[in-house]
Every structure is written in structure tokens, then in C-alpha cells.
Design a protein around this ligand. Structure first.
Ligand code: UDP
Length: 324
């Protein structure tokens, strides 16, 4: 059985659905602070609680025959992490340490970690490969980077083997429309644009128009949520076949500016989106684009939905027919 921590969240729930379809048996641990019970299939048990709770973790590891842990649970608002750093270090780093210690206690040695392109900080070059220097510029990125360092140490000390997947910008939704992105508050660019298109918000605020990029707005590499799910499944397979611990960047190798994403969303939904130019958001690097060559060659990762218009269509159809 696979323990999926944060399995009721946006990325975790898409992995649960994907892995279940591949025949995996799963159990989810989620505190439901941001997760949604409704996003989980009825036959996947949900344990509601905190991953930092050692007694609860002991209960989970003794109750279920867990062979691996796939860990998604995190606070992931870059802007908030600048204002409330302790929340990020505590939850994303310290509570993750409790998970790793429980794994060591219960002799579970395979761990897949949701890391982030935010561990890199400002780009020295793009596309960014795994050799790019890591110097995070916000507490969110640091909280993930610290876990990456801890993982190396736990591998050396306890033989805990891991794959850390550094995703660039997760986007889109399950093409069948059963699950999708639902954050409260919603701050992510694509859902906010569609909400502005539907009139649920007055406009989309473009955070910073004076970056050193062709149109002055930030550039990001958007990757479909199901392609991220696929990478987790491949990473776990690779670990269980005996490969050593490793780090992979996940993205499509193509960058889109905030203005380009807005234009593509207008095309996807056929509606104009009112824009307000706003100051830069603290903690945002100007440009993040992945080189995922290593994931392609080593993991055999083949994105199915690399096209931005497909990603946006799936996001738009979820936004129109949200179930939670
Ligand atoms: N962004 C924006 N307006 C918004 C939300 C986001 O201009 O209402 C920008 C943000 O500054 C960043 C990009 O869109 O450059 C992607 O932001 P998001 O929060 O979706 O993901 P992040 O890159 O922080 O993981």
C-alpha cells in the first residue's frame, strides 16, 4: 500500500486517481486544511489528521501495510510565505521531518517528495536543469530546499531512498472533470483569470509589469497535473526497482508570460478578461523554465498534455463545472 500524504489536495488528489487506476492500493493522510474530501475516490481510506503528529503516524504505519510514502502536503503560497515564514518552515519542513522519522521507525524506505522550482531562486540560466544552483528567494522555496537536504542526510544515515520532483507550475485538471483545482483562497494565476472571465472577480491583477522579460511580466513553465501524477508513479517504480535517490525537474521547457497566459485563457474561454496592472508580488523570480531532459531519459517520463491550450481547456472546463 502507498501512503499519500496531502492526497486530498490539488496535486495529491490527481495522483491518487491516477495511481488507483493503475491498480495501486492507497491510503491518504490529510488534515483537510486545504484538501477536499470530495476529491477522493470512495474506496480510498482517508485519515484526517496532521502529518506532524508522531502518534498518529505510528497508528497509520501499524494499521496499514505501507511500502512507500508519496508526500504532497505543504503550504504553497509564495507570497504568504514571505509574510508568515514560520508557518512554512513548521509545516513544510519540521512536520515532514516527523514523517521521515516515522518511516525510519517503521522501516519504510521509499519516499517521493513534492519539491519545487522555488528551490532554485532567481535563474542563472534557462531552461533550468538539475545542476542549476539552488538559492531560494522565499521561505516557501527554502522550506522545500531544507527537506531536499534532509533527504540526502536520511539516505546516508538510514538508507531512506527518495525521489524529489521539482515541479514548475502545476496547472490544468482531470480531463474527465471529476476533480480539479480548488484553493481557498485562490491565488494561482490560471484559476484567478478564469474567475475574472466568469465575473466572479472584478479583474486579474498582473503582479509586476517591469520585469526584465519581453513584455515585462513574469514567465513560468506550466505543466499538466496528470503529467505530474505520471512522474510520481514512474519515480516510485524506479525506486522500487532498486535505483538510488535522485532529483528531477518537471516542466515542459516552454515559458509563458502572465500576459500570454491571460491571452491564451481568453482564447480558451472565449471571453475577455479585465486586467489591472499591480505592483510586483514579493518572492517572485522573473522567469522559471524547466529542462526536464533528465526526467525524460531516466524516468521515461512522457508528458501527455504538454500543450498550454490543452492545459487551459481542462482548467476551464473544471472551472465551469466545479464539484467542490
Ligand atoms: N500572478 C499574477 N496575478 C495573480 C496570480 C499570479 O500576476 O493574480 C503571477 C505571479 O506573480 C507569477 C505567476 O502569475 O508570476 C504565477 O503565479 P502562481 O501564483 O500561479 O504560481 P507560482 O509561480 O507562485 O507558483
Amino acid at each position: 500500500m502507498i501512503l499519500v500524504i496531502g492526497g486530498a489536495g490539488y496535486i495529491g488528489s490527481h495522483y491518487v486517481r491516477y495511481a488507483r487506476e493503475q491498480g495501486e492500493k492507497l491510503v491518504v493522510l490529510d488534515n483537510l486544511v486545504y484538501g477536499h474530501k470530495e476529491s477522493l475516490p470512495k474506496d480510498v481510506p482517508l485519515i484526517e489528521g496532521d502529518m506532524g503528529d508522531a502518534a498518529l503516524l505510528d497508528h497509520v504505519f501499524t494499521t496499514y501495510p505501507i511500502r512507500a510514502v508519496v508526500h504532497f502536503a505543504a503550504f504553497a503560497y509564495v507570497g504568504e510565505s514571505v509574510i508568515a515564514p514560520a508557518k512554512y518552515y513548521q509545516n513544510n519542513t519540521v512536520a515532514t521531518l516527523a514523517v521521515l522519522d516515522a518511516m525510519v521507525r517503521h522501516n519504510v524506505r521509499s519516499f517521493i517528495f513534492s519539491s519545487s522550482c522555488a528551490t532554485f531562486g532567481n535563474p542563472h540560466y534557462v531552461p533550468m536543469d538539475e545542476k542549476h544552483p539552488q538559492d531560494p528567494i522565499n521561505p516557501y522555496g527554502e522550506s522545500k530546499y531544507f527537506v531536499e537536504r534532509i533527504l540526502r542526510a536520511y539516505d546516508t544515515a538510514y538508507g531512506l531512498r527518495f525521489v524529489a520532483l521539482r515541479y514548475f507550475n502545476a496547472a490544468g485538471a482531470d480531463p474527465e472533470g471529476v476533480i480539479g483545482e480548488s484553493h481557498d483562497p485562490e491565488t494561482h494565476l490560471i484559476p484567478v483569470i478564469f474567475q475574472a472571465a466568469m465575473g466572479a472577480r472584478a479583474n486579474i491583477k498582473v503582479f509586476g509589469t517591469d520585469y526584465d522579460t519581453p513584455d515585462g511580466t513574469c514567465i513560468r513553465d506550466y505543466i499538466h497535473i496528470l503529467d505530474i501524477a505520471q512522474a510520481h508513479a514512474l519515480a516510485l517504480k524506479r525506486l522500487e526497482e532498486g535505483d538510488s535517490s535522485d532529483f528531477f525537474n518537471l516542466g515542459n521547457g516552454q515559458g509563458f508570460s502572465v500576459r500570454e497566459v491571460i491571452a491564451a485563457c481568453e482564447k480558451a474561454c472565449g471571453k475577455p478578461v479585465p486586467i489591472e496592472e499591480a505592483p510586483r508580488r514579493a518572492g517572485d523570480p522573473p522567469r522559471l523554465i524547466a529542462s526536464a531532459d533528465k526526467a525524460h531519459t531516466t524516468l521515461g517520463w512522457k508528458p501527455q498534455y504538454a500543450d498550454i491550450d490543452t492545459i487551459l481547456q481542462h482548467a476551464w472546463s473544471w472551472e465551469q463545472n466545479r464539484r467542490y
